[in-house]
Each structure stands twice: as C-alpha cells, then as structure tokens.
Design a binder for this molecule. Structure first.
Ligand code: NAD
Length: 303
C-alpha cells in the first residue's frame, strides 16, 4: 500500500518508515529537514524535501496517490512555540490544514495524526490521564495539536474522512536529536557521553517515558483500524526528572555530576498517560520498561 509519512526524516518518523518498509509497504517520505536528517531516511523510501505548507504538495499527492497518511511533521519545540506562536501556528496548524485539504482532494483513505499527550492536557488532571480528561494546553504547541484534533473531527463530519489520533507521552530512543529543546533522555545521554553535568531544571516534575519502538508498534496497530479513534500512548508510569538522571548514572556506571537549576516558569509539573483504552481495544501495551529502553538507547548513543 502507498503510505505517506510526513516527518519521516525525524526521530519517530524514520523508525516508523523502517517498520512500514519491512512490512512491504511503498513509503513516501515528506520532510523539509528542518530538524530531521537525510541519513535517517530509509533508502527504499521515496523522499521529497518540502515544507508541508508548500502549495506544491498537491503534485506529490497527484503523482504518488497515497492511501494512508501518517502526519508527524511538526515544529516540536514547546519553548519556541511560546516565543513565536505565529511561527508555530504556521507550521503546525496551517501546514497540517494544507496536508488535510490535499488528503480530501486526492481521496486518502485514512489519516493518522501524531498528537501529544504531554502537552494537550495541562496540569490539574488525574494521572494516569485518560483520553476524555479536560484539555487545557498551556503552550501554543499544545493548542495547535488540539486544534488539528478538532479539525479532524470537522473533516470526519463533513467528508466522512477516517482518522486516528495518537497522543504520545515523552518518547525516547535511538536517533532522537539532543540539540535545541529535545527530549530530556537524549540531552542527558549526550551530556553523559561528553562528560558534562546533567542539568536539571527543578527535578520533581514527572514524565511518562515511552520507548520509540513501542510507539511505532502503536502506529502500525492503528493502520487497518476501521473506526475513528483517539488513543494515549504512554506507559502509565510516572518518573521524576531526578529519578531519570539517577537511573541513567546507575545504568551507565558513570560519575557525571548533576547540576540543579530553578524550575522553568510555566513548565508542566505532572504528566503520565493511561493506555487502558488502546490496550482494551487493540491489545497494545508497552513492551519496554524504562531500564530496558534506556539500555537500548545508551548502546546507540555510545556509537
Ligand atoms: N518526541 C516526543 O517525545 C513526542 C511526544 C509527543 C508528540 N510528538 C510528535 O511526534 C512527531 C515527531 O516528533 P519527533 O520527536 O520525531 O521530532 P523530529 O523533530 O525528530 O521530527 C519532526 C520531523 O518533521 C520535519 N518537519 C518539521 N516541520 C516540517 C514542515 N513544516 N514540513 C515538512 N517537514 C517538517 C522535521 O525536519 C523532522 O524530520 C511530531 O509531530 C511531534 O509533535 C513527539
């Protein structure tokens, strides 16, 4: 089947592309390489370097006729979204709408949207958080993801357009970029490698760390699902950033120092997702606990 993966040169999108190709799908990767890398792209994928906002997108749809679209391309930097909400909305809202309009025009059968479970609910919800919890995103990034979920509801209502939303927790694993405001695991492992202190802003905030291959398995599980649905993808386990740093030092057997700095204003204090819904409906559950996932990620970072 012809499948378009936006953001296929990025961390999660490149693993997804590998898995789809291993399952013999024809994969078309669309990526502007703003935070992804050409070296991540599977050699068997057809690659187009283009911004999702670009009007030329229609030529790719015309030529490649994808039946399924996985949408991962995004401006992923929460702090940048706060500094420049217009830039974030251009990429994450207008870019996504350009993609969706082409999906309708060129009769895409199903759209799988990679949303966020980390930034969509905000603080003050019960943890592990279920999909139907109140959503009060505190950043333009979270607001943009929620907007696209609402647009998907509109497209479904208007055109009977089929979609699945996956709200991911904090994903970590090989190929995660440690530059900018990347995942904390990648930043810590890069500091470990370079013998720098692990900098912790606050430390008692909790996160739900889910390993990238578990996320890819969830993406594959929903590929042939007929119904339109929204699922959290997390582990249901809360880990403080302090605990994460200590765990990394213990597993690696390294002696890097930990440097404590004040909390960053506005940063979410608690995040942890319930995966009960997708477990019940599609029998998905994480296979990697944090120790095993960190060991696999460390092996990659050593290289
Ligand atoms: N990593 C996480 O913890 C996490 C958690 C929740 C949700 N997500 C979502 O998962 C998706 C993938 O994130 P990731 O961690 O792999 O990040 P990433 O930065 O590695 O991947 C994003 C990819 O999209 C591309 N891209 C960005 N803007 C684009 C545009 N306008 N046009 C075309 N390509 C563009 C980038 O070059 C990059 O290759 C994103 O939608 C992100 O919001 C990630």
């Amino acid at each position: 089947m012809a499948i378009l993966v936006t953001g296929g040169a990025g961390f999660i999108g490149s693993h997804l592309t590998d898995s789809l190709i291993a399952k013999k799908h024809r994969v078309i990767v669309l990526d502007d390489l703003s935070s992804g890398f050409k070296k991540n792209i599977n050699a068997q994928a057809k690659f187009y370097q283009l911004d999702i906002q670009n009007k030329k997108l229609k030529n790719i749809f015309k030529k490649e006729k994808p039946k399924i679209v996985y949408h991962l391309a995004a401006q992923i930097n929460v702090r940048r979204s706060i500094q420049d909400p217009i830039f974030d909305a251009q990429k994450n809202i207008l870019g996504s709408l350009n993609l969706l309009e082409n999906c309708i025009k060129y009769a895409v059968k199903k759209f799988i949207f990679i949303s966020t479970g980390g930034a969509i609910y905000g603080d003050g919800v019960k943890v592990p958080t279920q999909e139907n919890a109140l959503k009060r995103p505190t950043s333009p990034y979270g607001i943009a993801k929620l907007s696209i979920e609402k647009y998907l509801h509109y497209y479904n209502n208007q055109y009977n357009f089929r979609y699945t939303v996956l709200r991911l927790a904090n994903v970590y694993g090989p190929r995660q970029n440690w530059e900018g405001e990347a995942g904390v695991v990648a930043i810590f492992l890069n500091n470990l490698k370079n013998k720098k202190p692990l900098k912790i802003f606050g430390g008692k905030q909790t996160r739900d760390f889910v390993y990238v291959s578990d996320v890819v398995n969830a993406c594959i599980k929903v590929l042939n699902q007929k119904k339109t649905a929204i699922y959290n993808i997390g582990t249901g386990e809360e880990t403080t950033v302090n605990q994460l740093a200590k765990k990394i030092l213990k597993i690696s057997n390294k002696k890097n120092t930990i440097k404590h700095l004040p909390y960053i204003k506005g940063e979410q204090l608690k995040n942890c997702l319930s995966f009960a819904k997708i477990k019940q409906e599609l029998q998905w559950q994480p296979q990697y606990d944090l120790n095993r996932g960190l060991e696999a990620t460390m092996d990659y970072f050593k290289k």
